[in-house]
Design a protein around this ligand. Structure first.
Ligand SMILES: Cc1ncc(COP(=O)(O)O)c(C=O)c1O
Length: 387
């Protein structure tokens, strides 16, 4: 097992040789802190499981790609019960390639073009792209600064829902990019609105395992089991973006029936590597996860202490993304451009996150202390040198 010093022991020299998107797409000399991949090596349990598979049976797996089948159904249900006291039904679980595919399947089966989908904005850009591509107009729920954190105006949402045409609440909890973990009270208000307006709730909880104390993750399905589709995967918390495997739990009986009526191969099939890696992460990876969570909790504070004056940062409740507000520095709509040019660091651009993204950039702080310090120093020097 690795320990925290291994996680801190990353050098720029070794990181720049990586061939994944995060490092290979950054210009030479630019430190990447954009896409939501962590720099840490993956959990030993995951590596062992994949090595076992390589040396073992690579034939067709002994399960069918349908609701309730495959090892992930039981493993997911056991994990939800153990971590959150949610008794998910393994018979209602199936795997997909990734979260976006699962979302598109749900929207395809449960809604029609023109049906609106409510979601907090700014948000994970591929969801906005999915809604645009599928002709499901977004009904934006603006995230607003509330003290040191973020919230939203539930009365304004209720008024927009009363106008009709909204069929789905697409909840991202913990939220990306703000890192907000919604409280039980906030989720209860959303649940009441979903009941009142007959909404299907699709709850993306992919960042839940990275919720920092004292915040606590509440699975939405514990509030509205029969209206909620839960989407998750091990890819964020266990740094496995390339394994292409996600899990969906279908609470609504009518949706399960509608899914079953579709041609069987329309949903694709999970790869045995993805399934093995996810099972290993969820059953034997928690020691590694606790170490990573400790580094991330420390890094949240390092970011707070290392930014120059004029950059506003609300410490996230969860995950490793810092949603930085550069509006006071008047760097234009897209401060990430300035940061790449002048600071030689690559953050995610704010505008693709939708309304509220202008003047912001998202910093990924899932790296070693020294690399993070270098990123923060570069930002500070670039900002200071222009004033
Ligand atoms: C909120 C959210 N949902 C879904 C995803 C996609 O994850 P994957 O491609 O592993 O399914 C991400 C990735 O960053 C994300 O932040």
């Amino acid at each position: 097992m690795s320990d925290i010093s291994d996680l801190n022991d990353l050098t720029l020299e070794s990181l720049t040789t990586r061939d994944g998107a995060k490092w290979s797409l950054a210009e030479p000399g630019v430190i990447p802190a954009w896409v939501a991949d962590m720099d840490f090596p993956v959990a030993p349990a995951v590596r062992e499981a994949l090595a076992r598979r390589i040396h073992g049976d690579l034939g067709y797996p002994a399960w069918l790609d349908q609701l309730g089948d495959g090892p992930l159904a039981e493993v997911f249900a056991a994990r939800m019960e153990q971590r959150h006291g949610w008794r998910a039904d393994p018979a209602h679980v199936r795997s997909f390639t990734d979260i976006n595919q699962a979302l598109q399947v749900v929207l395809h089966v449960a809604t029609r073009p023109g049906d609106a989908v409510a979601l907090h904005v700014p948000t994970y850009p591929p969801f906005l792209e999915t809604l645009a591509e599928m002709g499901r107009p977004p009904l934006p729920i603006p995230m607003e600064p509330v003290g040191d954190s973020w919230g939203f105006d539930a009365d304004a949402l209720a008024a927009r829902l009363a106008e009709g045409r909204c069929r789905v609440l697409l909840l991202v909890n913990p939220q990306n990019p703000t890192g907000r973990s919604f409280t039980r009270e906030e989720l209860t208000v959303l649940a009441e609105l979903a009941e009142r307006h007959d909404l299907l709730v699709v709850s993306d909880e992919i960042h839940a395992d990275l919720t920092h104390a004292p915040s606590a993750h509440v699975p939405f399905a514990t509030l509205l089991p029969e209206r909620t589709v839960t989407l998750t995967s091990a890819t964020k918390a266990f740094n496995l973006g390339g394994i292409r495997c996600s899990v969906a739990h279908f609470g609504p009986p009518a949706l399960r029936a509608a899914m079953a009526a579709q041609p069987r191969h329309m949903y694709g099939a999970a790869h045995v590597f993805g399934v093995d890696a996810t099972v290993a992460a969820w059953t034997r990876g928690d020691g590694w996860l606790e170490e990573v969570r400790a580094v991330l909790a420390r890094n949240r504070s390092l970011v707070a202490g290392g930014l120059p004056e004029g950059v506003r940062y609300r410490i996230p409740d969860a995950t490793y993304l810092a949603w930085l507000d550069f509006t006071d520095l008047a760097l234009g709509e897209d401060p990430a451009e300035f940061l790449k040019r002048e600071a030689r660091v690559m953050l995610s651009q704010g505008p693709p996150f939708g309304p509220g993204g202008e003047g912001f950039a998202r910093l990924n702080f899932a790296t070693s202390g020294p690399v993070l310090s270098e990123i923060l120093d570069r930002i500070t020097r670039a900002v200071k040198s222009r004033s």
